[in-house]
Design a protein around this ligand. Structure first.
Ligand code: GTP
Length: 330
C-alpha cells in the first residue's frame, strides 16, 4: 500500500464482555483468507493484556493500563503513526476500545489533522451483550455510569451487533428492541449475532460519511455527530483490579467464587493454573459464564483481572483468599 491511499479503519466498541475480541478474531481470519494484511490496535484496561497471545504474528499495538477517553488519546495518535510507516503498512486497521471507552474518543484521535490523510474510518461497530442488555439498562439493577456508557456506545455506532442472542428468549428480545428504538435517534442497522458470527461484507460496509476538512478550525465531520472537544479530566469510574502470581486453584471452587461475585464486578479475565487437569489456562468470565481454555504457552504468570464499577475490592480479595486459595496470602 502506498502512502497516498488511506487505510480503511474500523472501530470496534461495546461494553465489557460484549464480544469485541470474538468479532475481532473472526475478522482477522477472514481478512487473511482474502490475502489482506490487517493491523490491530488493542486498548486493554488492567495492565496485562490477557488476549495478547491470540494475536501472535500480527502487526499489533497494545495500549495497556489506560482508557482512551482520558489519557490514551495522545498515545493512540502516536501509535497510529506506526502504521503510516512504509515498512508497517497494512491493508486494513481494526481498533478495539476498552469495554468502557467511548468510540467517539477513538474517532477523535483518528481525525487528528496529522492522521486524517492516513486513515479513513469506515464504520463504528458496536457490540451489545443481549443477555445483559435489560439488566444494564435497568435503573434498579444498574448504575447511571453504566447506562450512560452503554448509551454512548450505542448512539455513536454506525452498526450494532446484538450479540449473545443464544442467551435470550423471545420475550427478552422484544423488550430489548423496544428499549433500543427509544435510545437510537438515527436509523442504525442492527444485526443479531451468536459469537459475533456475521458476514464479513456487513462488517466492512462503509457506513460513515467522509470527513471533510474545513479551513476553519481544522476539521468537521459530515453526517455524523460532532466530536466532543472538551477534554475532561475526571477519575474514571470503571476500575480494573488485579491479583498476580497465585498458586494452582481448583476449577470448581474458582467458578463458584466467580459466579457469586457482587454485581458490581462486570467482567473477569486472566490466566490461572488449575490443580487438575493441571496446567495453565486462560479464562474469560462475562455474563456470569466462565470459559476456560488450556494455553499453548505454559510459562505465563497467573493473573486475575476483574473490571467493574465501585467494586468492594478488599472484600473480593479476602474472599478470593479464603474461598479459592485458602491459605495462600495475596
Ligand atoms: N454465550 C455466548 N458467549 C459469547 C458470545 N460471544 C462472545 N461470548 C463469550 O463472552 C466472553 C467475552 O467475549 P469477548 O469477545 O472477550 O468480549 P470483549 O467485548 O472483547 O470483552 P472485554 O475484554 O471485556 O472488552 C468470552 O468468553 C466469549 O467467548 C455469544 O454470542 N454467546
Amino acid at each position: 500500500m502506498t502512502q497516498s491511499q488511506k487505510i480503511p479503519t474500523y472501530i470496534l466498541s461495546g461494553f465489557l464482555g460484549s464480544g469485541k475480541t470474538t468479532v475481532l478474531l473472526k475478522m482477522l481470519s477472514d481478512f487473511k483468507k482474502r490475502g489482506l494484511k490487517p493491523g490491530i490496535v488493542l486498548n486493554e484496561l488492567g495492565q496485562v493484556n490477557v488476549e495478547g497471545h491470540m494475536f501472535k504474528g500480527e502487526k499489533m499495538l497494545e495500549m495497556l493500563d489506560g482508557c482512551i477517553c482520558c489519557t490514551i488519546q495522545d498515545d493512540l495518535r502516536e501509535e497510529l503513526q506506526f502504521f503510516l510507516q512504509e515498512e508497517n503498512a497494512v491493508d486494513v486497521l481494526l481498533i478495539e476500545g476498552t469495554g468502557v471507552a467511548n468510540p467517539k474518543e477513538i474517532l477523535e484521535a483518528l481525525t487528528d489533522p496529522r492522521l486524517l490523510d492516513g486513515f479513513e474510518t469506515q464504520s463504528i461497530i458496536s457490540l451489545a451483550d443481549a443477555s445483559k442488555f435489560l439488566e444494564y439498562q435497568s435503573i434498579f439493577s444498574s448504575s447511571r455510569e453504566i447506562r450512560e456508557m452503554l448509551n454512548e456506545q450505542m448512539t455513536s455506532a454506525t452498526l450494532i451487533l446484538l450479540n449473545k442472542m443464544d442467551l435470550v428468549n423471545e420475550k427478552m428480545k422484544e423488550k430489548i428492541y423496544k428499549k433500543i428504538s427509544k435510545l437510537l435517534k438515527a436509523d442504525v442497522e442492527i444485526i443479531e449475532t451468536v459469537y459475533g458470527e456475521v458476514e464479513l461484507e456487513e462488517l466492512l460496509k462503509k457506513r460513515m460519511s467522509t470527513i471533510a476538512v474545513s479551513l476553519g478550525d481544522g476539521m468537521e465531520e459530515t453526517g455524523h455527530s460532532h466530536h466532543n472537544h472538551e477534554h475532561h479530566h475526571h477519575e474514571h469510574p470503571f476500575k480494573a483490579f488485579k491479583i498476580e502470581d497465585f498458586p494452582a486453584v481448583e476449577r470448581i471452587r474458582f467458578e463458584k467464587w466467580l459466579k457469586k461475585l457482587p454485581g458490581s464486578v462486570l467482567r473477569g479475565k486472566g490466566m490461572v493454573s488449575l490443580a487438575s487437569p493441571s496446567g495453565l489456562y486462560q479464562f474469560q468470565f462475562a455474563s456470569k459464564e466462565l470459559e476456560i481454555e488450556r494455553m499453548e504457552d505454559q510459562t505465563c504468570r497467573t493473573c486475575l483481572i476483574l473490571i467493574g464499577y465501585n467494586m468492594p475490592i478488599e472484600e473480593i480479595r479476602t474472599s478470593f483468599q479464603q474461598e479459592v486459595l485458602q491459605t495462600y496470602k495475596v
